[in-house]
Design a protein around this ligand. Structure first.
Ligand code: HEM
Length: 462
């Protein structure tokens, strides 16, 4: 049964808050953690006042980390969800910066990542594992509590959620491209309340009118999200992605950097390997995939397993929401099946518009990967540990398959639907992907050849 709200006291997945926290996250830790807060403030390569921070100088951050008091007992007594979230954020930043600092300096000197430190010191590992346990999370930098949604503050408190008005409470590089990159994720989520309202409305709709109203709501939310997403090209310059990328790398899947894992001193005897921070932990596309039925077209392969694995890297309340949403929209309760059963032609067309937005999101996102990653580095693994060139396009194929199925149910001319025109646009999408996949199959391919095709077929995102 789908509930109207899913909350852990920090997030509340409902039509008021969407996927954003209930209120602005704490910018600073409580006084008992002053040494830790000072470390966070002094950490970025470039600090707020323009001076060089600890990560700028090789070895300086690691030295400072060892001076921090072990706050394990204090952390055990914390009950406030906002304090817990801010502590998780602080410790996860310290953990990633500490372990990956050598890889960062190796990259600056040699252009390759080199090795990370393999041990998280006890004074960080123990309180981090404790707060992670309280939140039901793995002790590693994540998207919700750490790097993105739980890491913003409004520069002008009366202003909105556009990325220009958002600052990062904790940062690695401290440069404007890092802020633009991750705060745009928060910005895009300002439309998630409508996405939730529409999705819940679709599940509960009693007739075509209610169904179509909520399909329209989802389509409009996704359209706004796509318009904001496209601003990535200016919010964060692709050539500067490597300034901060190394710090969000995960352990799992990145054995070149971390070997067989990380030792959490004083917590576990054996090494652990958790996945890294990635937009793949965001909830917009998973929600849209479930409600539109794209999820039923996911290929049965390792990528799908990876996306499902990432469910565990989300707050428990988000996991519950996605699980219930899926259970409420499966089989004959699925949106496509219900639209087919009532031959709701208007609804089918609204669903095609939703699928178009999911396609534009994924195709634009694939172009991010081509430019921000493939044009910048030969390292083929993403921060989440996936082989990027083969996996990302796979999900575009799932969208194209869902589109074909829905198109087969639509009638030419119903409510002015022009099937022929739709087909022409659809074929371009298929052609683009096939040609791009052909290029990336050659081991020494040139990323620019992949990117140029987007404009050639009129599907350029920038
Ligand atoms: C410069 C911008 C971006 C780059 C370079 C990028 C890169 C990537 C990469 C490499 C993956 C593969 C999985 C992994 O991490 O191992 C991925 C997956 C994903 N990313 Fe991003 N990403 C960007 C922006 C975004 C934004 C703004 C969102 C949404 C708010 C997002 C949502 C997703 C989703 C949902 C997936 C899972 C794959 C799918 O379902 O299609 N990404 N991203």
């Amino acid at each position: 049964m789908l509930k109207s709200k899913y909350s852990d006291g920090f997030f509340s997945i409902d039509k008021e808050n969407g996927f954003l926290p209930l209120a602005e996250p704490l910018r600073q830790l409580p006084e008992a953690y002053t040494d830790l807060q000072t470390l966070i403030d002094q950490m970025p390569i470039e600090r707020e006042d323009g001076s060089k921070g600890l990560l700028h100088t090789e070895g300086a951050f690691e030295k400072a980390v060892l001076q921090i008091e072990n706050h394990l007992e204090q952390v055990k007594s914390e009950k406030d969800p906002f304090v817990r979230a801010a502590l998780f954020r602080a410790y996860s930043f310290v953990c990633s910066a500490y372990t990956l600092a050598p890889a960062h300096h190796h990259f600056i000197a040699n252009g390759t990542y080199g090795k990370a430190h393999r041990t998280v010191p006890k004074n960080i590992a123990q309180p981090f594992a404790e707060v992670a346990d309280q939140l039901g999370q793995f002790p590693f930098l994540d998207y919700h509590y750490s790097y993105s949604l739980g890491n913003y503050y409004k520069i002008n408190p009366d202003g909105g959620f556009n990325w220009e008005n958002l600052g990062m409470a904790a940062k690695f590089s401290g440069m404007s491209d890092e802020r633009g990159f991750i705060m745009l994720h928060v910005d895009i989520n300002q439309y998630s309340p409508q996405l939730i309202e529409g999705s819940m409305g679709i599940v509960h709709a009693q007739d075509d009118e209610e169904m179509n109203h909520h399909l329209e709501l989802v389509g409009t939310a996704l359209k706004h999200m796509n318009a904001r997403r496209r601003l990535m090209w200016e919010a964060s310059r692709w050539k500067h992605y490597n300034d901060f990328r190394v710090f969000i790398m995960g352990v799992k899947g990145n054995t070149d950097i971390f070997d067989e894992g990380l030792i959490y001193e004083g917590v576990w005897d054996e090494p652990k390997a958790f996945r890294g921070q990635t937009g793949a932990q965001d909830n917009i596309i998973p929600t849209a995939d479930i409600i539109s039925g794209v999820v039923d077209f996911y290929p049965e392969n390792q990528l799908t397993q990876y996306l499902m694995d990432l469910r565990q890297y989300r707050p428990v309340c988000v996991q519950d929401f996605l699980k219930d949403l899926k259970e409420s929209s499966t089989g004959s309760a699925g949106t496509i099946a219900r639209l087919k059963a009532s031959n709701n032609q208007k609804g089918l067309q609204l669903l095609l518009k939703i699928l178009e937005e999911i396609y534009l999101f994924r195709n634009g996102h694939w172009q991010f990967v081509q430019k921000y990653i493939m044009s910048n580095t030969a390292y083929p693994k993403a921060t989440g540990g996936t082989p990027i060139t083969s996996w990302i396009p796979n999900q575009i194929k799932a969208v194209l398959s869902a589109m074909t199925t829905v198109d087969q149910l639509t009638e030419d001319g119903a409510h002015g639907f022009d099937k022929k025109e739709w087909k022409v646009r659809f074929e371009k999408k298929v052609q683009l992907l096939n040609k791009q996949l052909e290029i990336v199959q050659v081991p020494s391919f040139n990323p620019e050849d992949v990117f140029k095709l987007n404009a050639a077929l009129g599907l350029n995102d920038a």
